[in-house]
Design a protein around this ligand. Structure first.
Ligand code: SF4
Length: 379
C-alpha cells in the first residue's frame, strides 16, 4: 500500500496504474477492457512453481467491471450501479483485481467486502467538500522527486505508480506518478539526499506498490540503500502478498533479507476474508524468512466498519503471524467520500475491540493529518 501521495497532475487519475506510470518493470495496461486470453506458457503451470508466475498472474488480472460481475454472478444486481456513472469512475481510475483475489469474494453478494474495495461505483464521481486530490500533504513533503519525508528518522520512496489491485479508496489515486523517477539510476538524487542526512535510519519503499517492480530493480535499490551507513531498516509497504501472493518468491526474499538492513513488511489487509489460501502461504514464507510483519488497514464503510469485522481481522492476522499495526481513518481523497466512517463510530468500534480482545491484537486507530510530525492517535 502506498500508504501515502501528491496533487493531481496532468496525468491525474486516468494515468493511475498505467504502464507508463510504473518503472521499467511491470506494466500491466490498466484499460478497463480485459485483454484477450493469451496462450502464455507461464500460465500452464501453477504460479508457485514459476519464479516469474506473478507477472503472468498480473497480466491475467480482471480489468473489466462487466467481467468481474459475470464471474460473481452479479450482472443483473449490479447493472444499475455500473451504468454510466460507474463507467465514468472506472474510466478515471480503472478496475484492477487479480483472479486469486476475486476467488475470495462471495459469488452472488453485491456487498461482499472484497468486491466493494475494487468495484468502481458512481459515487466516486461525486464532488464532496473536504475531499481533495492530496489529502495527506504528500506534495509538501517531497524532498527530491519521489522522495517524501514527513516524520523524523524515516524517508519514503514512491518507487512506482503500479499496483496489483486498484483500491477505490486509495489516498494516492491522484498522485502524479508520471513525475517520479523511473529506474534505479533516476533515484540517485533521492539516495544522495538520504545519504546526506544521518538522522534517517529507515528507508520505506512505497508507491503504488513497490513489489510490482522486478527483483533486479529492487535488489539494486536495496543494495544502494544498504550502502548508506546510517540506515538501519528497510521497510516495504505492500499489498501484493495479500492480493497477488505469487509475488513472494525466493528471489524477492533474497534481496529483502539478504542485506544488513533489518527487513520490515507492512501489509495491507482490510478484512479477514482476504487472509486465505495462497495469501496465508505467502505470509508464512515472509515470516519464516525472518521478516517483521505488520498490517495496516483502513476503516471503510460497508467493508469493515463493525466490531465483528475488525475483531475477525485482528484475530486472523495474529493467527497467521502478522501484528495489527494501524487502523487508519480514511484519508479524505476525492472520490472516496462514500467509504468514510465517522470518527466517533471508529472510536466505538475500537472501544468494543478493547473489551473483547487482548491488547496486542488491537491496532492503533490513527489519522494522518498533513503537516503533523506523526500520525494522530484517535483513541
Ligand atoms: S495497493 Fe491499493 S491502497 Fe495501495 S497504493 Fe495501490 S491502489 Fe493505493
Amino acid at each position: 500500500m502506498g500508504g501515502a501521495s501528491p496533487p493531481d497532475g496532468p496525468q491525474g487519475p486516468t494515468d493511475f496504474g498505467s504502464a507508463n506510470r510504473g518503472n521499467e518493470i511491470l506494466a500491466q495496461p490498466t484499460t478497463p477492457v480485459r485483454p484477450q486470453p493469451t496462450p502464455d506458457p507461464e500460465l500452464a503451470a501453477p504460479a508457485e512453481a514459476r519464479p516469474d508466475g506473478w507477472r503472468a498472474a498480473l497480466r491475467d488480472a480482471v480489468r473489466d467491471p462487466a467481467e468481474l460481475c459475470r464471474l460473481l454472478g452479479l450482472e443483473e444486481t449490479l447493472a444499475g450501479p455500473l451504468a454510466e456513472r460507474g463507467a465514468a469512475a472506472a474510466a478515471g481510475f480503472p478496475l484492477l483485481a487479480p483472479r486469486s483475489y476475486i476467488d475470495r469474494m462471495r459469488p452472488g453478494d453485491p456487498n461482499d467486502p472484497l468486491l466493494r474495495q475494487v468495484l468502481p461505483l458512481g459515487e466516486e464521481t461525486d464532488i464532496v467538500e473536504g475531499f481533495a486530490a492530496d489529502p495527506v500533504g504528500d506534495s509538501a513533503a517531497e524532498l527530491t522527486p519521489g522522495l517524501l519525508q514527513k516524520y523524523e528518522g524515516r524517508a519514503l520512496l514512491v518507487t512506482t505508480g503500479a499496483c496489483a489491485v486498484h483500491c477505490r479508496y486509495c489516498f494516492r489515486r491522484h498522485f502524479p506518478y508520471g513525475l517520479a523517477p523511473k529506474g534505479v539510476e533516476a533515484w540517485r538524487p533521492a539516495l544522495e539526499a538520504i545519504a546526506a542526512d544521518d538522522s534517517i535510519h529507515e528507508a520505506i519503499l512505497s508507491g503504488g506498490d513497490p513489489l510490482t517492480l522486478v527483483d533486479a530493480t529492487l535488489a539494486e535499490l536495496a543494495a544502494r540503500l544498504a550502502a548508506i551507513p546510517h540506515l538501519k531498516r528497510l521497510r516495504i509497504h505492500t499489498r501484493l502478498p495479500i492480493v497477488l501472493p505469487e509475488r513472494v518468491t525466493d528471489a524477492m526474499l533474497g534481496w529483502l533479507t539478504g542485506s544488513r538492513l533489518a527487513p520490515v513488511v507492512v501489509l495491507h489487509a482490510n478484512h479477514a476474508n482476504e487472509l486465505a489460501g495462497a495469501a496465508v502461504e505467502a505470509i508464512v514464507r515472509l515470516r519464516s524468512a525472518g521478516v517483521l510483519l505488520l498490517n495496516q488497514s483502513v476503516l471503510l464503510r460497508g467493508v469493515n466498519d463493525t466490531a465483528d469485522a475488525q475483531a475477525a481481522l485482528c484475530e486472523r492476522l495474529v493467527e497467521v503471524g502478522v501484528t495489527p499495526y494501524y487502523l487508519h481513518q480514511l484519508d479524505r481523497v476525492a472520490g472516496a467520500a462514500h467509504f468514510e466512517v465517522p470518527v466517533e463510530r471508529g472510536r466505538a468500534i475500537v472501544a468494543e475491540l478493547r473489551r473483547r480482545l487482548p491488547g496486542y491484537l488491537i491496532p492503533k486507530y490513527v489519522q494522518e493529518i498533513a503537516g503533523e510530525p506523526h500520525k494522530t492517535v484517535l483513541t
